[in-house]
Design a protein around this ligand. Structure first.
Ligand code: GLY
Ligand code: MN
Ligand code: MN
Length: 434
């Protein structure tokens, strides 16, 4: 992502904020894993979206039309000793020279400087409720400014949700964001294909997860967008199964929901395939039904359609098929009305995708499903889950969990499936595994 793009985003946000306003946005906190060991640091998505800055202990401040500078950064100072232990820091000069801040201050000085910046402004844009420790400091700074009103100081009068504005920007991906997401998607797709090629009965679920992550890490994606789900047989029916501890049985399916993160952008792919390389008859019947539902849903990812159209298309196909296979009783209209299909398909067909795997952006506006527009990216991921012990269900269907998930960009030319490289047709999968 070029520095011009980050600058363009800040300018766009400042235009929306208007005169006499201030935006204050801290990055994520470092998190202790145990004692003095930290989890790998990942910047806050909104913060990174607006700054491109990936160090911890940093706060972005925007002050539209401020003569002495509109974009301020609080960050860690350079420190040769600390840098020897923990690595490079951009420092105040780096924040200005590399990240385009008009001015930069030590993170440790923020309590002294921030109240003075608040004093000059009417409207405060802030993400309340995301960081309790920072909320308390904000509250203290505002309190300090109010305490000085008798000296003629004017305290801010309006507090607005910064996230509301930034999240709407993030919903529409730019050309370079889509390029990054395509790279992440292609890498994850290649890793899924590799699992299809290499999986054998007797492999442990965690070995597949490990091979997936290794494949991505060896090619530059150091982090996953979310914990990998690898569920063999009945484990595939647990939607967020992350224990990944069992061995894969000959004759079972395995469901793998895994995606790498690249430059802070997520990919999110699910594939389900037979551990031994060949679908049994009941597995093939249910798999083909989920695939038909997924293809029908992807077809609905069109400019001008509503967010929920893909879900409705998937549900229709699944409901019809479940009736035909004898898994649901009644007419299509009855099944859709009673939502009896939820016994086997209980989640929705997708979500926005971007820097966060379940990305930001409103799904409804004024109570109506959002209209799809170019640059939006969503997943399409119908499934069927029939756990062992399902009442009134023939044995042959039990222990089958299937989900097929792709990442799709809304474009004027129809759905652009970023993850199309990984096979999903039955014949393609069986051929790759043979
Ligand atoms: N990987 C989480 C999801 O598919 O929503
Ligand atoms: Mn997923
Ligand atoms: Mn998903």
């Amino acid at each position: 992502m070029s520095s011009t793009e980050f600058s363009r985003r800040r300018k766009q946000l400042m235009r929306m904020m208007g005169e006499n306003s201030i935006a204050i946005l801290p990055t994520a906190n470092e998190q202790v894993r145990n004692r003095d060991v930290l989890f790998p640091f990942r910047p806050d998505s909104d913060f990174f979206y607006l700054t491109g800055f990936s160090e911890p202990e940093a706060v972005m401040v925007l002050l539209p039309n401020r003569k002495q500078g509109e974009f301020l950064m609080f960050c860690r100072e350079k420190d040769p000793v600390k840098e020897t232990w923990d690595g490079y820091r951009a420092g105040l000069e780096g924040a200005m020279e590399q990240y385009g801040a008009d001015d930069a201050f030590p993170f440790s000085d923020i309590d002294d400087i921030l109240p003075g910046l608040l004093e000059q402004r009417e409207r405060v844009f802030y993400e309340m409720g995301c960081n309790a420790a920072f909320d308390a400091r904000m509250s203290e700074w505002v309190h300090q400014v109010r305490g000085r009103t008798r000296t003629g100081v004017h305290a801010p009068t309006e507090f607005l949700a910064l996230d509301h504005f930034v999240h709407d920007m993030r919903l529409y991906k730019s050309r370079s964001e889509i390029a990054t997401m395509r790279k992440a998607a292609k890498l994850s797709a290649a890793a899924h294909s590799e699992l299809m090629r290499t999986t054998q009965p007797g492999d442990a679920e965690y070995q597949l997860a490990s091979r997936f992550q290794h494949y991505c890490q060896m090619r530059g994606a150091s982090q996953q967008a979310y914990p990998s789900i690898v569920g063999g047989g009945n484990n595939g029916c647990v939607l967020h199964y992350v224990e990944n501890k069992d061995a894969l049985n000959d004759g079972d399916l395995v469901l793998i929901d895994a995606g790498c993160e690249l430059d802070c952008y997520a990919s999110d792919i699910t594939r389900t395939f037979p551990v031994n390389g060949t679908f049994s008859e009941p597995q093939a019947q249910l798999y083909q039904l989920v695939l038909d539902a997924q293809l029908a849903a992807i077809e609905q990812v069109q400019v001008g359609n509503h967010y929920n159209d893909p879900h409705e298309a998937a549900v229709r196909v699944l409901a019809k098929g479940l009736i035909k296979l004898g898994l649901l009783k009644g007419t299509l209209a009855q099944v859709l009305k009673s939502q009896s299909y939820k016994k086997f398909y209980m989640h929705s067909t997708g979500h926005w995708l971007g820097m966060d795997v379940h990305d930001v952006g409103d799904y409804k506006i004024d109570g109506h499903w959002r209209v799809l527009e170019p640059g939006m990216v969503l997943t399409v991921e119908p499934g069927l889950y029939i756990p062992v012990g399902s009442k009134g269900v023939a044995k042959k269907w039990q222990g089958i969990g299937i989900r097929i998930e792709d990442d799709v960009v809304v474009t004027k030319n129809g759905p652009d499936v970023l993850t199309r490289d990984v096979p999903k047709e039955i014949a393609e999968i069986e051929a790759l595994m043979a």
